[in-house]
Design a binder for this molecule. Structure first.
Ligand SMILES: [Zn+2]
Length: 304
């Protein structure tokens, strides 16, 4: 198709369309009609361009929507995994809470309080925080996960502190003498047969010897009642403590005694001072552990 345009003096435009084998067809249009035709063509072209652009945008948006849906599905999957993980932690924490309650009962049987710093109360309260419903407040899963994790972190912190306190109290109450009785760690003689320090053959050593500075503090290896606190022949200045459950400890060759008979002592309390009194070659602590009246190797019990 061929299109021609001519400008005529009477303000008319001629359009000739050559049709192969059928001659030429001429259209005459006045100036205004020609302008209207041009505008119509431009409007048509503009509309087509706009339609093409909208179609392109729609395609893009559809692609983005698909990508977003895939991302959303992955995020949702991760959220569900987090919620499931939180549930597992809740179950483990329930077991810890059950053990905590058992320790609490054990302490309470002996009239011990576990409410130091209100941590025990806070720990118990943290077990009762469970609330929820159909989500009428519009909480999204992410908010639920965040809140659960915050509560879990707080509960774990409370239980950690509370169980630490209770363990310390149980340890304090324990009749097993396992606290190293002086600052020095210099073990100079073990429990059992040994050569007599003064050269009188082989003798049985009923305890252990820890050498140390003269006047260094000597500590009660467990809580208990002072049974003896006096000079005791070759033992020199001597203290014996009864801890219950058949356990007793003895501390010999002291330079001075800081307790009297009948006194209740706490674990780790200073009861006297290291010395060289009695049958001793130099400043040291002779330490004995007795179980139902018979000596035993203190190193089996001490944290050495
Ligand atoms: Zn000794």
């Amino acid at each position: 198709m061929e299109q021609q345009e001519k400008h005529t003096p009477n303000q008319e435009y001629c359009f000739a369309i050559a049709r192969p084998g059928k001659g030429t067809r001429v259209f005459r249009l006045k100036k205004q009609a020609a302008l209207a035709l041009c505008v119509a063509v431009l409007v048509l072209l503009g509309g087509f361009a706009k339609f093409a652009y909208v179609a392109y945008c729609a395609k893009q948006e559809q692609q983005e929507l698909l990508t977003y849906r895939a991302q959303y599905a992955r995020q949702e999957e991760k959220l569900q995994a987090l919620l499931a993980e939180n549930e597992k932690i809740q179950k483990s924490l329930a077991q810890v809470a059950s053990l905590e309650a058992e320790v609490r009962r054990t302490l309470a049987q002996d009239g011990e309080s576990v409410s130091r710093g209100n941590i025990d109360r806070k720990s118990r309260e943290s077990d009762l925080r469970g609330q929820g419903g159909p989500g009428k407040f519009g909480l999204q899963n992410l908010d639920v996960v965040a809140m659960q994790q915050k509560n879990l972190a707080e509960r774990i912190a409370f239980k950690n502190e509370n169980l630490g306190n209770m363990l310390e109290q149980l340890e304090q109450k324990s009749s097993v003498p396992n606290l190293w009785p002086t600052d020095s760690g210099e073990l100079t003689s073990r429990y059992g047969y040994r050569s007599d320090p003064f050269g009188y053959g082989t003798v049985y050593h009923d305890g252990i010897d820890i050498s140390g500075s003269y006047g260094a503090p000597v500590y009660a290896a467990a809580a208990g009642d002072v049974e003896e606190a006096c000079w005791n022949g070759g033992y020199g200045r001597y203290i014996k403590i009864s801890h219950g459950n058949g356990y007793e400890t003895a501390y010999a060759h002291l330079s001075s005694i800081d307790v009297h008979v009948g006194r209740q002592v706490k674990k780790g309390e200073i009861i006297g001072y290291l010395g060289n009194s009695g049958y001793s070659t130099g400043p040291h602590l002779h330490f004995e552990v007795l179980v139902y009246g018979r000596t035993t190797d203190p190193l089996k019990l001490l944290n050495y």
